[in-house]
Design a protein around this ligand. Structure first.
Ligand code: ADP
Length: 486
């Protein structure tokens, strides 16, 4: 029927889930967004009664629909929880609109649904998670102020700040990565890399968490020379997330195992813990965005997190043409995560360069110019570099950087990109036009680490591109290179 097709087409363009329901609660039409959220087919829903798909208070939902059909235009929003094909009910805020359709002008209600449970709850958890580390940081700073002369106390407070900052950085990195992946913006740099290397990098990342809870860690690698075609950083992130979780969801001191081997020409890595375990019905869903296991008796706060770590794991593994799955024998029986990745050929030996020997010889200090419109960022970076024996000027805009550079003639310039008057790219171009510009090494410091940003920076004349907050090691490596005359 033409009318039906038109209604269907209109509903389908709505980005949010929506459905059309008759006054007697018969479902007349559903849109694509709703079908995909519920994982159900149109045939299942259309012609059925809404109450068969309502998880809580079906009578109340029917009453809401009836009141919508009677109302003038738009009704006050209601709440409706719908049963997906599998897994837990999804709670929606429903906005009801009275409609009359068909030759008989039969009253019905258009319900537009917003998955309120998820969005609102996510924002609340996010705010909570981001605020959590701030209290200990503030306390630690207060301790440092009061106990200024007491070296041991100040050192203990510093460890707390470092730990909390690491936690905060990880949360934010996960969020940023996730938004990149969902926009299809993540770029992998895949090389042949040995599995043991990747695992070492993962252990490096997970070490603070693992050491904090003193887990005996057993690593077994079967088979020599297992190579992956992988972006080493991203692959390490996968195993680091699994190791972090293995620790987070087990008691302190409980053992964690990591096993790597070749099975059917695939590289298989298992991370096994003896912790709280995962209920059978959740082993697939935990990879969904924001999915967390309800564990009665463990209030929020016992397990912190946003429910995005495993989503990242899954997406990253899939970007590497692999798969990941979770298994558990039930509550308190531990969990086992298995990652499978295609095996790559060992790299041609001629292509392998011996690693450069570390060359950190605290040579003479450099003249360094720092430009960042975030004054605290500029001042702290300058202070750090001064403590390392360099002569440093800090300015807060590109225009100031050019002025200061003309008299100071820095050997290294660290430029923020987003600055108000003259941005980093333009500043870099102009520096390259100055007489001193060819003798100086330009490093971009930005919040954006995508490949496009990197190439834009290189085009503008930067020799290097570091993502903020720059790791002290990465900056040191650049300084070493300049000191060594490279
Ligand atoms: P987060 O840890 O931030 O909640 P994740 O996406 O990393 O988010 O994990 C999703 C959920 O999966 C967790 O909330 C937790 O309930 C469960 N989970 C993950 N790893 C384990 C594990 N090793 N043991 C038990 N449960 C786990």
């Amino acid at each position: 029927m033409l009318l039906h097709e038109q209604t269907q087409a209109l509903l389908d363009v709505l980005p949010e889930p929506a459905l059309l329901v008759a006054a007697n609660s018969e479902i007349l039409a559903v849109n694509r967004a709703l079908l995909s959220e519920l994982g159900r087919s149109r045939d299942e829903l259309v012609g059925s009664l809404l109450r068969d798909f309502v998880a809580n208070a079906p009578a109340q939902a029917a009453e809401y629909v009836r009141s919508c059909t009677r109302a003038q235009e738009r009704s006050a929003p209601g709440t409706i929880a719908l049963k997906p094909n599998s897994g837990e009910a999804i709670a929606y805020r429903a906005d009801g609109y009275a409609m009359r359709i068909g030759p008989a002008q039969s009253p019905c209600a258009l319900l537009r649904l917003t998955s309120r449970g998820r969005n609102e709850e996510f924002l609340a958890i996010l705010a909570h998670e981001l605020r959590n580390p701030l209290a200990p940081i503030r306390n630690a700073m207060q301790i440092m102020r009061v106990a200024e002369g007491d070296v041991a106390t100040v050192a203990a407070a510093r460890v707390i700040v470092e730990r909390q900052l690491r936690h905060l950085t990880r949360l934010i990195d996960d969020l940023v990565d996730l938004s990149r992946i969902t926009q299809g913006k993540i770029e992998l740099r895949r090389d042949s890399i040995e599995l043991t290397k990747v695992i070492q990098m993962a252990l490096e990342i997970a070490r603070p968490q693992l050491e904090g809870k003193q887990h005996p860690l057993r690593i077994s690698m079967a088979g020599e020379g297992l190579y992956l075609k992988a972006d080493a950083h991203r692959a390490a992130q996968v195993f680091a997330n699994l190791l972090n979780n293995a620790s987070k969801y087990s008691a302190a001191g409980s053992p964690i195992r990591l096993e790597g081997r070749l099975e059917d020409e695939e590289i298989v890595v298992r991370v096994i813990d003896e912790g709280v375990g995962i209920p059978a019905e959740m082993t697939e869903r935990i990879f969904d965005l924001f999915a967390q296991v309800d564990r009665p008796g463990h209030g929020h706060g016992t397990y912190d997190g946003l429910g995005i770590g495993l989503t990242l794991v899954k997406r990253l593994v899939e970007l590497h043409d692999g798969s990941v799955m979770a298994e558990s024998d039930g509550a308190d029986r531990g969990s086992r995560f298995t990652v499978r990745l295609p095996r790559a050929a060992a790299p041609n030996l001629a292509d392998v360069h011996p690693p450069e020997a570390p060359t950190h010889t605290p040579g003479p200090g450099l003249r360094i110019l720092v430009a960042d419109d975030n004054r605290d960022a500029a001042q702290t970076l300058a202070l750090m570099l001064r403590l390392d024996g360099h002569e440093v000027r800090a300015v807060h805009d590109g225009a100031e950087a050019l002025l200061a550079g003309d008299s100071f003639e820095p050997q290294l310039v660290l430029l923020d990109i987003g600055m108000p008057v003259l941005n980093g790219y333009e500043t870099a171009r102009r520096i390259k036009g100055r007489p001193w510009g060819n003798q100086t090494y330009l490093v971009a410091l930005t919040g954006w680490g995508e490949e496009a940003d990197r190439s834009k920076a290189l085009e503008a004349g930067f020799e290097h591109h570091l993502v903020k907050p720059a790791e002290p090691g990465a900056l040191q490596a650049i300084i070493d290179r300049i000191v060594a005359g490279g």
